[in-house]
Design a protein around this ligand. Structure first.
Ligand code: HEM
Length: 499
């Protein structure tokens, strides 16, 4: 009996010891595992000294190159931009987690010294953060809606501009021409009308110079460009002409604001500049909520830059793709003839009855999305995505092209197939979650509705009147394009043959 008690005690003692050892080991392993998890960074390509991964991230096809990298490293990658921490997101679910589920932590834009040198961030719609940006965005969105975004009044104005564009195509008499400048001018005129109540003739030399500047700006300041990495280069002769054009653009916008101040009438609010002047005059609201008069030009600059190059390049992609897919062009023309005819201008409600046209416009934006990357965001606190640690201040790049070409969401993603957006009965369009050419979350494009109006009305106006073709003597155009700040088609010529 006594022997039994001793062995029972010994057994208890041993099992207690085993339990303790087991528990302590478990705790140590658990702590190690979780600690390791806390500091786990996303995988990414190997870096070179000083430049990091910059050498891999340049080039005309940066959107496709980085999309392909995700096959090796996954939908969230760690990249090193000459010592600056950054992550690149290529997966829809991860982008949604960051920009929608964790919008509080990923809605800031990443600001650099370079941006500060060019035009500063205060008053910028695209790059400012905090309460100043929130109220500026709210005021601009309200103004865009008041001045017709999504409404009939603006529809008439865009149709009018569409007719001017068609007239300038007509003047070419079926001969080959490059449509880039006129399309850019027509689109810029829409922004100008809403922002400061003016449009400019297509042969106005001063306006042409400003538009050329925007084009050059978008081309030369691509992604992680040299000057973004070494900001002081901005002040060297290397960027002299861009600096000069930037100054001209600023002076032009500041002069327009000054003219508005002289003629401002609170009972006749004409455009976005007047809305800001009115806001400034009103009592109430904190100083932060009011955009100082001296900075109104800065928001206009962003509207101009963000609204002109994106929309005009999308229309140019549309024109180019329709020349390469003549059966699509024919089907669109047929639908337009059946629903609208060739005389009456298109209206926004027509779009509902033009599912094939609508589907083609969506496919143009999917196939060649002009904004392949959203302007870089930044983590506003230490946080994590998918268990990976993202330190406060880390730049967050989202590759929308990767999502819009992912085989997970699209069958034959590299084929141009408008039908993919049509419902089974072909009577309406359906946009899947992966269709995000305008970004996502709190920073989603504020011009989405305006851009969609312009794409529809401009292209429909053109297809009512012309069949678009590549001149017989020209080589087959390259459909890859080049990536600057946006994805543009290479130079091409068309013949606009009157129908
Ligand atoms: C086809 C045409 C367009 C495309 C594809 C496009 C795309 C985009 C994208 C992807 C973003 C970044 C969104 C994000 O961070 O999630 C953006 C932002 C922005 N877009 Fe557009 N955009 C277009 C036209 C326009 C137009 C016409 C305007 C002017 C009314 C405009 C004004 C802006 C502004 C101001 C922002 C910054 C918003 C913010 O940071 O709060 N865009 N756009």
């Amino acid at each position: 009996m006594a022997a039994l008690n001793v062995s029972a005690l010994l057994f208890d003692y041993l099992s207690l010891q085993i339990c303790l050892i087991f528990s302590v080991s478990f705790l140590i392993v658990y702590r190690l595992l979780t600690r390791q998890k806390q500091v786990k960074l996303p995988p990414g390509p190997p870096c070179l000294p000083l430049v990091g991964n910059i050498h891999k991230l340049g080039g005309k096809q940066i959107h496709a190159v980085t999309a392909n990298m995700s096959a090796k490293y996954g939908g969230i990658m760690n990249i090193n931009l000459a010592g600056k921490k950054a992550v690149l997101l290529t997966d829809l679910h991860i982008i949604r987690e960051a920009f929608l589920d964790k919008t509080d932590r990923f809605s800031d834009r990443s600001n650099s010294r370079f941006g500060e040198y060019i035009n500063g961030y205060r008053g910028s719609l695209i790059f400012e953060n905090g309460n100043g940006w929130k109220s500026h965005r709210r005021t601009t969105l309200r103004a865009l809606r008041n001045f017709g975004m999504g409404k009939r009044s603006l529809e008439n104005q865009i149709n009018e501009e569409g007719r001017c564009l068609a007239r300038s195509f007509e003047q070419e008499n079926g001969r080959p021409f490059n449509p880039q400048a006129t399309v850019q001018n027509a689109v810029a005129n829409v922004i100008c009308s809403i922002s400061f109540g003016n449009r400019y003739d297509y042969d106005d030399p001063e306006f042409r110079r400003l538009l050329d500047y925007i084009k050059g700006f978008m081309k030369k300041l691509a992604g992680p460009s040299l000057v973004a990495v070494f900001p002081r280069l901005w002040f060297t002769p290397l960027y002299k002409s861009l600096r000069k054009q930037n100054d001209e653009m600023r002076t032009f916008l500041q002069e327009v604001v000054e003219q508005h101040k002289d003629t401002f009438d609170v009972n006749d609010i004409r455009d976005i500049i007047d809305v800001h002047l009115q806001n400034n005059d009103e009592e109430g609201g904190t100083a932060e909520q009011k955009l100082p008069q001296a900075l109104i030009w800065r928001g206009l600059f962003d509207l101009f830059a963000a609204g002109t190059d994106t929309t005009s390049n999308t229309i140019l992609w549309g024109i180019l793709l329709l020349t390469q897919y003549p059966h699509v062009q024919e089907k669109m023309q047929q639908e337009i003839d059946d629903v609208i005819g060739r005389e009456r201008p298109p209206t926004l409600p027509d779009r509902l009855h033009l599912p094939y046209v609508d589907a083609t416009l969506m496919e143009i934006q999917r196939f060649r999305p002009v904004a392949c990357f959203v302007p870089p965001r930044a983590a506003s606190v230490d946080t994590e995505i998918r268990g990976y640690k993202i330190a406060k201040g880390t730049q967050v790049w989202a590759n929308l092209y990767a999502v819009l070409h992912s085989p997970e969401h699209w069958s034959d993603p590299d084929e141009f197939i408008p039908e993919r957006f049509l419902s089974a009965d072909g009577k309406k369009t359906e946009a899947p979650d992966a269709f995000i050419p305008f970004g996502a979350g709190r920073r989603i494009c504020i011009g989405e509705q305006l851009a969609r109006m312009e794409l529809f009305l401009f292209l429909t106006n053109l297809l009512q009147r012309f069949t678009l073709k590549i001149p017989q003597e020209d080589p087959k155009p390259n459909l890859a394009g080049y990536h600057g700040l946006t994805l543009s088609p290479d130079r091409f010529r068309i013949c606009a043959v009157t129908r």
